[in-house]
Design a protein around this ligand. Sequence first.
Ligand SMILES: *[C@@H]1O[C@H](CO)[C@@H](O)[C@H](O)[C@H]1NC(C)=O
Ligand SMILES: *[C@@H]1O[C@H](CO)[C@@H](O)[C@H](O)[C@H]1NC(C)=O
Ligand SMILES: *[C@@H]1O[C@H](CO)[C@@H](O)[C@H](O)[C@H]1NC(C)=O
Length: 493
Amino acid sequence: MGPGATPGKAQTAGEGLVVALCWLGAGLLLLLLPGAGGDCQQPPRFVFAEPPVPTQPSYSVGTRLKYRCRPGYTMDKDKSPLVTCDTNSTWAAQPDFCIGKSCGPPELTNGNFEFTTNLLFGSTITYTCNYGYRLVGKPTATCVLEGSQVSWDNIPYCTIIPCLQPPKIENGQVTDGEGDFTFGMTATYSCNKGFALIGEATIHCTMDENLEGVWSGPAPECRVVSCKNPEVPNGKRLSGFGTKHTYKNTVTFECQPHHLLSGSSVVTCEADSNWNPPLPTCDPIYCGPAPQFPFAKLLLAVGESSPAGTVLSYQCKPGYAAAGGKSSDVTCLDNTTWSADPDFCTRQHCLAPTIANGDVDAKEFLLESVVVFTCRPGYKLKGSSSAKCVVSGSGVDWDTAPPSCERQLCGEPPTIDNGLHNGTKATAFVHGSVVVYKCKDGFTLAGAAFLQCLAGERDQGVWSRPAPECRGGANIIIVGLFPLLLAMLIMNI
Ligand SMILES: *[C@@H]1O[C@H](CO)[C@@H](O)[C@H](O)[C@H]1NC(C)=O
Ligand SMILES: *[C@@H]1O[C@H](CO)[C@@H](O)[C@H](O)[C@H]1NC(C)=O
Ligand SMILES: *[C@@H]1O[C@H](CO)[C@@H](O)[C@H](O)[C@H]1NC(C)=O
């Protein structure tokens, strides 16, 4: 603070002192307060406050003027209304030390208001009405001075939006609501006896974008609606059994067994007295041609298609017998397929064949199976080596008689010079036969005397070895003398 602060403080005693000091003259003040900036000019003007009157052309530094709030304004309790002539010759004041008086929130039934700053003197608000109401009057208001107080210069009101009377209809009337209809109210129609109400029975009062009252939809119609008693061939009703059918009545259908429903099973009587969707149809279900089986044949011929529920009888083909516990009937099902027990006929068995001296090779003896016959070694197969189980008469049998296994025969045993065998009288040499060779007198047997008939590779048996030889007597002497002569020769030496 400069030196001027001291007299400034002294002046707090009152305005009178300030005035008095002024009267003493500026020159004296300047002398008393060397270095001061001088006087303040006209006190500042505020919209919210005014200086004490009368004002003076100049005020000495340190002067404090107590301002008064103008009408519509009131003191801000936290601020000072004193405006001070500062040392640098300007007026200093706290900003906005008077504030506008408040108009307070306006009361608007069924409506509201919006403001941008506040509700104080000078401010402006905008009114809006609740949904279904419209504003009567100016939509804005300003907080203005009225006498010494402030108040809103305009308070409009919100009226509920009215609708015209609900439309009158023929053969019916509105059952509720006498008098005026306003936003949110409903009008409910009913029809005279014998008439059906088409459309919405109840409409309500609403509004359009221009805030005009309008009905939510058109009034319903009262009309005579009568649908024909519905008949569906091969069908029956599950509901809606009566004969009189009016608006929105429904009938539910089902088809008789073995029939397929096409269309909708539920139909509704509509305003035009027609059923909607159209009545369904019940169409018979068919299966295709009779199925064919390798083991059975149809007893009676049928056409290319048969209605569902048809039962066809089959008979087992020759060689097959009815399988126990299974039906030979085939039924046309509702899903258009034929149903049959699987393999209701089974193949019959042939008797198991046997052969002497041979074997039967077979897995089974059922119809169509084949058996193979083989003979034991030394036997040859006579007849067919295999047989097939085939249909025979009303049953099954082998297509050929089983073969026989006959012993293999060897040919005549070979004859030899100067000897013979004991088989000359025999008629046949079977497997295992033995012949014995003998030489005539004076001959000796060279080789084995026995030959045996063995199993051959083909039909024929074979002798076990070549026949022996019968050698002459001279030979025997030579052979017998040779060692003797040799010995004599050695002894002579
Ligand atoms: C002098 O006046 C100016 C405004 O012109 C003000 O901002 C400043 O605070 C004043 N100085 C003093 C020392 O009061
Ligand atoms: C038909 O119905 C039968 C019995 O209900 C069923 O076993 C068979 O799989 C069905 N066939 C078809 C093609 O749907
Ligand atoms: C020949 O003799 C043998 C030995 O005595 C006898 O086993 C065999 O059966 C006879 N053969 C014939 C064909 O009679």
